[in-house]
Design a protein around this ligand. Sequence first.
Ligand code: UT7
Length: 354
Amino acid sequence: MPTPTAVLCGLGTSLPDRSVTNDQLIHDNNLDSDPRWILERTGIQARRMADTHTSTGDLASAAGTAALHSAAEQAGPTITPDIVLLATTTPDHRCPATAPAVAHRIGLGGVPALDLSAACAGFVYALTCAKALITAGIYTHPLIIGAETYTTTLIDPHDRDTAILFGDGAAAALLRPGTDDEPGALLTSTLGSDGARAEFAHVPAGGSRLPFPAPTAAPRDHYLRMNGSAVFTQAVRRMTASALHTLAQTGWTTNDVEAYISHQANQRIINAVADRLQIPQPRRHGNLRQLGNTAAASIPLAIADAADTRSVKPGARTLLTGFGAGLAWGAHTMLFPDARPHSQPPRTHHEDTP
Ligand code: UT7
């Protein structure tokens, strides 16, 4: 019997209600910026922002539940996840991981559940790990979730280098065993990291290197600090190289790519990678303009958006690329899923507690 591959069979999303335009963001935080500059230099017009009562786990639980509804619509309510992987850089607590609470809130009993930290590359990392669990026969139905609340945790609202870029949200994908010729099939992936360039995007304090608050930590050291242009250059280089490697391993040329979905950080980064790969404009899909950079949630949110609008047809040869702090990056080929995404508003912890 051939080794099964992983097939994406359910998609769920959850977004905070509040949409904040560039104008509002600049006004509310007294930022030295300009709405047109932000739109032209990043492609971002608005972003969703969580309130301080909404956690990453609240968004993740709602997106995970929505993904189960999406899968049930297609395959019947028989699919129960047997492991939860939560890709996030903004967990609810330093300890414990957020995934066990999310699994509990979704009603998954005692399944194994873990957080995976690879910043904006988190979802591509999680896809690769989840697929490996299926092909090795260890688990059959991983639920993978990308969820973030950067704006309430890691972003200094007065730092124009980062405040203009990030938004909050979550999206989830349910996987099942299947064959590599069906819609949703996960094909090949390449992952990489470069810790020598960790300081290009990092949070100086709050970990064991420099606990926060501490006498040696400066007041804003618990916020993300980013060298934007250095990250930009690395993002283009690494995503292009990993995409070419993954395409070669899949046996596709760049001409074969019918849909390209990148991590949504900056439209100029996405276009630079797609131009190098010679993927034409109509094959590039994303939702950066309305959602900004949602880190680990950005790729699954963009997949869900393309599935919802039917702008990518089920079975289309799809290339995903991710890049983020670490540095960490990855690329994945897949056949676009045939799943109708479901969406749920974030649920507060109290709503889930009897
Ligand atoms: O999610 C993964 C991690 N993050 C990323 O992938 C983000 C990658 N980096 C970027 O998206 C871009 O580097 C930024 C959007 C952060 C910055 O854009 P840039 O085109 O690289 O700007 P820059 O830093 O090269 O600055 C160009 C000019 C400068 O002015 P002068 O020296 O030309 O007069 C800056 O002072 O733009 C100015 N500038 C701004 N102006 C208005 C920089 N940031 C802003 C701003 N508003 N927010």
